[in-house]
Design a protein. Structure first.
Length: 67
């Protein structure tokens, strides 16, 4: 599956790389929400996808810290 490959890619990264990716995902989510509020967003499903990706990144970071 696509998500399994994404998670494996995340697990291969270092904590610093994950934090960088987390910041980028949060910025993207902010921009998507802003576009949605101004009725410029066509694909509203992308908001849900980015939110789940943020959760996946945070989960992998927590797993790495626990190791």
């Amino acid at each position: 599956m696509k998500t399994n490959k994404y998670v494996k890619d995340l697990q291969a990264k270092t904590t610093a790389e994950l934090n960088t990716e987390l910041v980028a995902a949060k910025k993207e989510l902010f921009n998507l929400r802003f576009q949605n509020a101004t009725n410029q967003l066509d694909n509203t499903g992308r908001i849900k996808e980015v939110r789940k990706n943020i959760a996946r990144i945070q989960t992998v970071i927590a797993q790495k810290v626990a190791e």
